[in-house]
Design a protein. Structure first.
Length: 150
């Protein structure tokens, strides 16, 4: 994993985009390490925020699209989750609608939520908006914390 993170860090903003895209999908990946490594290397914080938000949002859109396929067996296999966890994510997305997209950045739960939003065919433009807001907020807090402690 260290080699992969080093590789992504070496490719600057392209590495940031790819790592945030992977982290935004159902794949278990962390873009925070790449972001902090690039920030320490002097890459523009604004460029990192924009790039990470775009990549992570695209990952959420991919999850939403997977959800639109609409087969619970597939969703459980792709998400590698239990039927109970999938039903909890669907229930959460059903109860809160597109607003639950604000939590699409949360590890594991966020993937389940974004897939559930697609499964329920919740208004895509509204989901996209909440994905962007939630993911941007997450990254701005991360960058703010980094600059606060360096």
């Amino acid at each position: 994993m260290d080699t992969v993170l080093q590789f992504l860090s070496d490719y600057g903003l392209w590495g940031m985009f790819l790592s945030s895209l992977l982290a935004g999908t159902v794949l278990p990946f962390s873009s925070e390490v790449v972001m902090l490594a690039l920030a320490a290397a002097g890459v523009s914080p604004v460029a990192l925020l924009v790039t990470a938000t775009l990549g992570n949002t695209l990952g959420g859109v991919i999850n939403y699209w997977i959800g639109t396929l609409g087969k619970e067996e597939w969703l459980m296999r792709y998400l590698r989750t239990s039927p109970e966890r999938l039903q909890r994510g669907i229930g959460y997305a059903h109860r809160y609608g597109y607003w639950s997209g604000l939590l699409a950045w949360v590890p594991i739960l966020g993937s389940v939520i974004s897939v559930a939003l697609g499964y329920l065919r919740v208004n895509f433009p509204a989901c996209l908006t909440t994905f962007v807001v939630g993911k941007f907020t997450r990254y701005i807090i991360l960058m703010g914390s980094y600059h606060l402690f360096t």
